[in-house]
Design a binder for this molecule. Structure first.
Ligand SMILES: *[C@@H]1O[C@H](CO)[C@@H](O)[C@H](O)[C@H]1NC(C)=O
Ligand SMILES: *[C@@H]1O[C@H](CO)[C@@H](O)[C@H](O)[C@H]1NC(C)=O
Ligand SMILES: *[C@@H]1O[C@H](CO)[C@@H](O)[C@H](O)[C@H]1NC(C)=O
Ligand SMILES: *[C@@H]1O[C@H](CO)[C@@H](O)[C@H](O)[C@H]1NC(C)=O
Ligand SMILES: *[C@@H]1O[C@H](CO)[C@@H](O)[C@H](O)[C@H]1NC(C)=O
Length: 795
């Protein structure tokens, strides 16, 4: 029992470890994971249940386990091509019910099992090419795949196709079969699938080895509407080519030969085969013509072929090859001809003259020069009368020669992109029917009125233009990306424009005004310019533009700031400008108001707490300290009287007469009388106190309410403290409850606490005694008298 528990535990641990050591794939974008070329040996766990696409191609997977895809319940596309998969466990794909595409090509599977597919009822595309299996499994491999539309199977190991292999397949649209080494084919196998619209066969070995088998297969796959592609095949003899007769007879309309090597003989055979047939389209792609004993046959005109598509044609010994002339019967009937990337350097006027039905001509990616083009167009004298579209893109043209086309009344589209023109003539003579002109990547530095007014679509991308100001009233699409244009085109010049591409230029900004200039503009692509991310531009791009009639057609992310420097490289949608940067005037005025407010507050506080007074006092005190002290005898007054205005009655009626008319008379300093008129009151107070021998405080309820008295008291106190002398005489006119003295008179409270004071008696008999005491207190030199309260308290 115990051992069992341990074992379970260890197993659990191992399981955990196994889980943890599984390789991860970190390259997921949204629900798509591309884990291609990551050296994976195992299927990584799903980062989320919602993954719909998983690419595991070019890894080192060898075995697919039952549990590998348990977490991939939403997968729609699974690509495991180019691994080393040998084994797939029976239940491995069972969780993948929604799977639509499965690619197992280029692996090492030796057997296929019907069990893998039993739950893949949504599968539409299955690729099993390039493995090591020899047959399609025991039987009914594809039976569960009711929705399969594209099937790729076979490979160099593949041996036989049997009767039951395709049972259950009914709506196949594409079949790709690599049967180059096929030995057995049960007749009727492909036929039972029903008509397939695109069939691609790679039967190279068979064409040489077992031509009967080729015939059987061809006659099984071909239906009137089938496009037949033969790939990776070498046709050396006419006889091999004649095998296609089966297909042609069955009514195939499109024949494509891809990645094929062909002798001239086989080519003649092909043309001979096609000429009386119902085939309408012939395409040769990646074809190499090799020289052989040339047999010239007379080839009658093609009956139906009107689309010829030739691409990447190689003629290594072109000098000994019968040129294009043998194609002449073809040329006469063609409506659409493409001859792309085939080192074509000339089509003689004589040949082009016979292409009287040609409507579409694509000779892009060749080596046509100006002279060759001129020759092909018979110097503009009139040829290819039915031409509607000509593509001479990426040739070796050096000048724009509109005269060659002037007479072609049906010509609508000219693609001259990818040539090196550098400049265009001042005036040109295009056919009036011209609607589309592609001059992209042609090194143009300037545009002129050579551009015809009739244009609807104009592509001038990837040139060196700095301005674009040609009026084109009918233009609906304009492509001027990849130039050096620094100002937005003027809408008035392009009243019909619906779509404008001006990416990757030197634009600094644009605004809704620019867009509104265009009456019909619907779509704008203007990313990757050198934008100045001003407040207006950022605001416009982050909000207004989304509501605008003109829609931004490319990614907002790609609108990147070039300046200001701090924002270089940032996407406009990520830029956050501060209020300060965007509303400088407002911010500045706010700041000024704030400073003003602080200043005002300061002034008010100063006023409230008499800061000025205290400063002044300090200053006076400092001054007093530095000045030689006034000799006491030289003082102008005997006493400075500090009193409240409300007590002036008592002062004038009693104090002044009593003291100033006594013997000897005392000189009093009264603010009413002795202050210098016009002088600052604080100065006067300090001056008065300074010049007086004593300071008399007439204390009363009024006194404690008076502002000035407080200052006087403060200053005196200040002096007292400083000089430590007895200059204060307190007279209490009426009793004051110390508790009622306001806080700011704390000084007074302290003085009253620490000093004795003279009280104005209620009793008249006491008055003479009061005066006496007072005079004694004021008189200099001081004589201490009994009864008079003297300031002997030590501070
Ligand atoms: C995954 O990336 C490779 C290049 O690393 C690319 O060739 C392939 O197409 C990508 N697969 C898918 C499904 O996009
Ligand atoms: C097989 O597919 C069915 C739906 O078609 C689904 O209900 C079932 O769960 C799948 N089996 C497994 C083992 O996931
Ligand atoms: C071929 O296709 C056309 C339409 O694409 C259809 O009308 C016609 O019936 C098809 N012919 C056959 C034999 O399937
Ligand atoms: C002309 O050929 C080029 C290169 O093959 C191609 O990109 C372009 O789309 C073609 N133009 C037209 C109008 O078909
Ligand atoms: C112009 O030609 C270039 C290169 O062939 C091509 O990529 C582009 O799509 C063409 N422009 C238009 C508007 O068709």
């Amino acid at each position: 029992m115990r051992i069992q528990t341990y074992l379970t535990f260890i197993l659990l641990l191992m399981h955990q470890n196994f889980k943890m050591s599984r390789p991860q794939c970190y390259s997921c974008i949204k629900t798509s994971c591309n884990c291609s070329r990551q050296n994976l040996k195992e299927v990584p766990p799903a980062p989320s249940k919602l993954v719909t696409e998983l690419d595991l191609s070019f890894n080192r997977l060898e075995m697919i386990m039952d549990a590998d895809f348990i977490t991939y319940g939403s997968l729609k596309s699974l690509i495991m091509s180019n691994n080393k998969i040998k084994t797939i466990e029976e239940q491995a794909f069972v969780p993948l019910t929604p799977l639509e595409k499965l690619d197992l090509s280029s692996n090492e599977l030796e057997t296929l099992s019907a069990g893998w597919f039993k739950n893949l009822s949504s599968l539409q595309s299955l690729n099993l090419l390039g493995n090591k299996y020899e047959t399609l499994g025991p039987s009914h491999l594809f039976h569960p795949l009711k929705k399969l539309r594209a099937l790729y199977f076979g490979g160099s190991y593949f041996q036989s196709v049997r009767k039951t292999d395709f049972s259950g397949l009914s709506c196949l649209e594409q079949l790709f079969f690599d049967g180059t080494n096929l030995h057995d084919y049960a007749e009727g196998c492909f036929r039972q699938i029903g008509p397939i619209s695109h069939v691609t066969l790679g039967l190279n070995g068979l064409f040489g080895r077992n031509q009967a088998l080729v015939k059987v297969i061809l006659s099984d796959v071909v239906h009137p509407n089938t496009t037949l592609t033969l790939t990776d095949t070498q046709f050396t003899t006419a006889h091999q080519m004649f095998l296609l007769n089966v297909a042609v007879k069955a009514g195939t309309t499109s024949v494509i030969l891809k990645n094929v090597i062909m002798t001239a003989e086989a080519c003649f055979a092909l043309l001979l085969l096609l000429s009386p047939s119902g085939v309408t389209m012939l395409a040769l792609e990646d074809v190499k013509f090799i020289h052989s004993v040339t047999v010239f046959w007379y080839i009658p005109d093609m009956k139906h072929v009107n689309v010829v598509f030739l691409k990447n044609i190689e003629v290594p010994q072109f000098y000994s090859f019968p040129a294009l002339l043998f194609l002449l019967p073809l040329l006469r009937v063609m409506k659409k001809m493409s001859l792309i990337n085939s080192m074509l350097f000339a089509i003689p006027c004589k040949s082009s003259s016979s292409m009287s039905k040609l409507e579409y001509m694509d000779i892009s990616d060749n080596i046509f020069s100006d002279i060759a083009l001129s020759e092909m167009m018979c110097d503009g004298k009139g040829v290819l009368w039915n031409l509607q579209t000509i593509n001479v893109s990426r040739n070796h043209l050096l000048s724009i020669n509109s005269q060659l086309f002037t007479k072609l009344a049906k010509l609508r589209n000219i693609d001259m992109s990818g040539n090196v023109f550098q400049s265009m003539p001042e005036t040109c003579h295009w056919p009036p029917s011209l609607r589309y002109l592609n001059l992209s990547s042609t090194h143009l530095t300037k545009v002129t009125s050579c551009l015809p007014e009739s244009l609807h679509i104009l592509d001038l991308s990837n040139n060196f233009l700095t301005v674009f100001t040609i009026k084109l009233p009918f233009l609906t699409e304009l492509y001027i990306s990849g130039n050096k244009i620094s100002s937005f085109p003027h809408g008035g010049l392009y009243p019909s424009l619906t779509s404008l591409s001006i990416q990757d230029n030197n634009l600094h900004t644009f605004s809704s005004n620019n867009l509104n200039d265009f009456n019909n503009l619907m779509s704008l692509k203007a990313a990757s310019n050198t934008y100045v991310c001003s407040c207006d531009f950022v605001a416009f791009m982050t909000s207004d533009v989304r509501k605008h009639r003109v829609k931004i057609g490319d990614e907002f992310r790609m609108y990147i700031c070039d300046s200001p420097f701090a924002m270089r490289g940032t996407s406009v949608v990520d830029v956050r400008l501060s209020v300060f940067e965007c509303h400088t005037a407002l911010a500045f005025s706010l700041l000024c108001s704030a400073i003003l407010a602080v200043f005002l507050l300061f002034v008010i506080l100063c006023h409230k707490f008499s800061v000025l007074w205290y400063l002044k006092m300090t200053w006076a005190w400092v001054r007093a300290k530095r000045k030689p002290k006034l000799v006491k005898a030289e003082l102008a007054y005997d006493a400075f009287v500090s009193y409240s205005e409300m007590d002036s009655g008592w002062v004038e009626a009693h104090l002044v007469p009593e003291l100033e008319q006594s013997e000897p008379p005392l000189r009093l300093c009264l603010h009413k009388r002795d202050f210098v008129p016009g002088g600052w009151i604080l100065d006067n107070i300090m001056d008065g106190i300074e010049k007086s021998y004593k300071t008399l405080f007439i204390l009363s309820q009024h006194f404690v309410r008076s502002e000035w008295c407080k200052y006087e008291l403060d200053y005196t106190h200040f002096r007292l403290f400083d000089q430590n002398d007895d200059t204060v005489v307190l007279i209490l006119l009426e009793p004051i409850d110390k508790k009622t003295i306001p806080k700011k008179f704390c000084q007074l409270r302290r003085v009253m606490n620490s000093r004795t004071y003279l009280e104005w008696p209620d009793d008249d008999n006491e008055i003479p005694r009061f005066w006496h005491s007072l005079k004694t207190a004021i008189n200099r030199p001081v004589t201490i008298n009994d009864g008079v309260n003297v300031f002997n308290t030590v501070w």
